[in-house]
Design a protein around this ligand. Sequence first.
Ligand code: SF4
Length: 52
Amino acid sequence: MSLSGVKCTVANCKYNNEKRLCSASAIEVNVDGGGESARASQQTNCHTFEAK
Ligand code: SF4
């Protein structure tokens, strides 16, 4: 199973499948450096990541 439509290029995450889709049942994404406001996608960060 994968999160429908969640593409991710983090190949070394244990939830990343061979089609570069996220297979986690849910993910948590936070703003880099804290807070609740990001100005660009580069300032967001998946905290569900776990290294393979
Ligand atoms: S948990 Fe996060 S980093 Fe890992 S595959 Fe899913 S979206 Fe990517």
